[in-house]
Write a protein that binds this ligand. Structure first.
Ligand SMILES: NC(=O)c1ccc[n+]([C@@H]2O[C@H](COP(=O)([O-])OP(=O)(O)OC[C@H]3O[C@@H](n4cnc5c(N)ncnc54)[C@H](OP(=O)(O)O)[C@@H]3O)[C@@H](O)[C@H]2O)c1
Length: 381
């Protein structure tokens, strides 16, 4: 156990999103802490699979198996729920128990879709409002950790974004996801006097080290899809902020472990100036591992015109091009300042590698033949 976690202050934890990428890893690592007596996980049934089975499958993806998995699961209590519904649709006796016991609530559940506006509204905005009802009368609640996103700053090209810069109602947004995550934070900041709030804002989070192709291809699919095109409107020098899952989860737990000693109530969990990479560097890194001259040619966005789009159309590549919803984000050239986190954790800052150092290893895990069909399906095109 890392020394910063030895004085972990919370015994009874309530977690949402435990079947997801970040929540699942949070669960895995919290179960390493002897001070954690029980983690209650809000979970949906899916395709007839019960909550306990889904959480078990998620922990397996994080490397737990056999007796270790059984031992870990003994401290996990699944509770059925649905964040889009009032009181998260938790049964009254469960709600009573949670309100009596919870010391730490970590809210990871959200819609991360870039296209499904309704799910973003329902999960990110309504889900957050419902959380405030759920915690009514939670006498022992000492910390509420809300997973937000650094991208909630919206459309601010070429900026160095600090935590205190956002959110603002005046911000423009490229997609409903970032807008609704900003609204969710606003709802919580309005109650900041009454809540033991800690907001963490990761940037693009990569499942580096995961052997699971589905986890590994998040975001990476878009680079692979881009490589199928002859040219794309990308600024070579544009900086992209990408972090590892390990960095996000370890940073979060080390912040939580500081209890009331934290200097701030909101932290970027981002690569910042130190570890952001340019689009050109990413292209070079991929070229090094693939050992071949792969596309696409980067065209500066201001030189992109109808003739490029016509050429893509003629080659039957328009749908693929239109599915690249990350493109405008790549061109934003944003740095999410992480100096609060660096100051807070000091020598306890988890390893923060640059994306270019591990993209090659991740490309070996993904199954390229599934990327295009899955991506196009996932983006509703
Ligand atoms: N991944 C990133 O790059 C990234 C970057 C910045 C911020 N974040 C933020 O970090 C948090 C976790 O993201 P993630 O990548 O781990 O997301 P994820 O893998 O998509 O997981 C989402 C989780 O939310 C649960 N969920 C979704 N809708 C629900 C509902 N209606 N009721 C109950 N549970 C529901 C999902 O449960 P099911 O398994 O039942 O679907 C799943 O456990 C989110 O708040 C996200 O905005 C993520």
């Amino acid at each position: 156990m890392h020394k910063s976690l030895r004085s972990w202050p919370y015994r009874k934890v309530f977690l949402t999103g435990g079947t997801g990428l970040i929540g699942g890893q949070i669960l895995r690592e919290m179960l390493e802490l002897p001070a954690v007596e029980e983690v209650t996980c809000l979970v949906r049934t899916s395709n007839g699979q019960r909550g306990s089975e889904r959480l078990s499958a998620r922990l397996e993806k994080s490397g737990l198996s056999g007796p270790d998995l059984r031992k870990a699961l003994a401290r996990v209590r699944p509770v059925e729920g649905e964040i889009t519904l009032g009181l998260w649709d938790i049964k009254p006796d469960e709600l009573h128990r949670l309100r009596n016991e919870t010391e730490l609530l970590i809210h990871c559940a959200a819609s991360t879709s870039f296209v499904d506006v309704d799910s973003c509204e329902a999960m990110n905005v309504k889900g957050t409002k419902h959380m405030l009802e759920v915690i009514q009368g939670c006498e022992k609640l000492k910390r509420l950790v809300h997973f937000s996103t650094a991208t909630l700053c919206g459309y601010k090209p070429n900026a160095l974004v600090k935590e205190q810069d956002s959110p603002s109602e005046k911000d423009k947004h490229l997609v409903a996801y970032t807008r609704t995550k900003a609204q969710a934070e606003q709802i919580l900041w309005e109650k900041r006097q009454e809540l033991p709030l800690l907001v963490v804002r990761p940037s693009i989070t990569m499942a580096q080290g995961s052997e699971d192709p589905k986890q590994a291809r998040l975001f990476l699919w878009s680079l692979y899809a881009m490589a199928q095109l002859p040219f794309v409107p990308v600024r070579t020098e544009s900086l992209i902020d990408i972090v590892t899952l390990d960095f996000v989860v370890k940073s979060t737990l080390r912040l939580i472990a500081k209890g009331e000693k934290l200097a701030h109530d909101c932290y970027h969990l981002t690569a910042g100036q130190m570890a952001s990479v340019s689009a050109g560097q990413v292209k070079e890194a991929i070229k090094r591992v693939s050992k071949e001259e792969i596309g696409p040619q980067f065209i500066p966005p201001e030189q992109w015109n109808k003739s490029h789009e016509k050429a893509l159309e003629e080659q039957g590549l328009s749908t693929l091009y239109e599915s690249l919803l990350y493109l405008p984000f790549i061109n934003l050239n944003l740095i999410y300042d992480n100096s609060r986190l660096l100051d807070e954790l000091g020598d306890d800052l988890p390893h923060l590698p640059k994306f270019t150092q591990y993209v090659g290893q991740m490309l070996r895990v993904i199954t390229p033949e599934r990327i295009l069909p899955d991506s196009l399906q996932g983006f509703g095109t």
